[in-house]
Design a protein around this ligand. Sequence first.
Ligand SMILES: *[C@@H]1O[C@H](CO)[C@@H](O)[C@H](O)[C@H]1NC(C)=O
Length: 502
Amino acid sequence: MKPLSLLLSVVALGLASTVSAGPAVIECWFVEDAGRGQLSKKPAALLLRQGPGSPPPRPDLEPELYLKVHDPAGALLAAFRQYPRDAPAPRCEMSHYIPLPASPDWVSGLTPEQRCPRALDGKWLMVSMSSPVLSLSSFLQPQSEPQLEPALITMATAVLTVITHTPAPRIRLGQDALLDLSFAYVPPTSKAAISLAPGPPPFGLEWRRQHLGKGHLLLAATPGLSGQVPAAREGAVAFAAWDDDEPWGPWTGNGSFWLPAVQPFQEGTYLATVHLPYLQGQVAMDLAVQKSPKVSLTPAPLVWAAPGEAPPELLCLVSHFYPSEGLEVEWELRGGPQGRFQKAEGQSWHSALSHHADGSVSLSAHLQLPPVTTEQHGARYACRVHHPSLPALGRRSEITLQVAGLSGPSLEDGVGLFLSAFLLLGLIKALGWAAAHLAASRDSTQKVTVLLPHLSLLVVSPPPTPHSRARPQAWWASQGLGIHTDLSNPATKNILHLLPWV
Ligand SMILES: *[C@@H]1O[C@H](CO)[C@@H](O)[C@H](O)[C@H]1NC(C)=O
């Protein structure tokens, strides 16, 4: 039994580690210009990791499009090792790439000689992947011939990989944005590495924003190169540096971008480009600005109405949110004791948007309820607001309907009760005094009943008992209120009872 369970747990461990290591194969499309403005698509796959044994055969793929990735810098593998299990598989496309010098003037220093180095000869593939958790582009240099190992597969080396883990940042209005960017580079062949100076090469980092067809260069940097670069705009700052200083690579670098106090006009697609001689790795991020609405409902916390009359209009103020699109206001009613929410009846409308200086907007939603009946006493009305910045349930504010004349004991009633108790105290003293006079004149029994809301006061002049011979007292107790008073005149034999009126 023991060896078996040990074996099982080893198997389970093995499974767990392969699962948590992320996908081993990325399915991809190879896209090619088929002429006359048409694109042709063929299935392709990238084998990132290979278990023991040979790569799984893929007879469905052309051998040139089944790629076993050699990633000396490890950036591609690392990105997928942390890939969340519940995240959808990335969309992946690849195409042929022809190495070209970078187009902006300010990075022309990267390619002083006009001829592309021999190390860049041969075929290149550019792979782009995007998913909700990452976006990357990678330049692969495939070997010319597929290998038979024994499945037909083509070895390909990842030379430059550019990755962001913030493909769709949602930034709170007025907060700073940090857009992640890392890159990894290994010189294409060892021959090229030897011909270069040791240490990581100079590179260019570019951050642009595209919005509504317009592009803006926000930041340019060329660490390791002399020459003028355009000034950064909108207070943008970037970390533009290699992380390591190995003589022959591979190297990884950080190009993360920081934008202070983000405003709505800064929404858009951010394009980050890492320029290396003849290779430009680019990733896109969609930055959206959000601010969640404040929700308040008036009149709060109670709305009063007489039976047969309509209560005053309910006003739900939805304030300081962004964007204005995607806002929804629902009116809900929770009636009976088991109270599920349902749609509230009545006439509803919205005000126009009002705009604030920070770019956020507000509006008010109104609901005119129909005349109420006594059964609706205690019903709760809510306005529920849905907005992209809020969780799926939205945000709500609630009030309770009071139908006049139907309120049960409440706090106000309690205060009233307390006051009547003090009035009663005076009354009892007066009664006690009167009883003493009566007792003095004739020895008879009296009974006085005083009715008050919620209470009945029973004053009894009892047959004398041995106890009452001591100190005659008045007692009452009601609704947690206990008062005990001496009657002023010891001659009386009265005992007062204050009883709850039920
Ligand atoms: C890049 O730099 C930023 C700012 O210092 C940091 O937050 C981020 O973690 C760095 N990225 C990597 C991959 O080291």
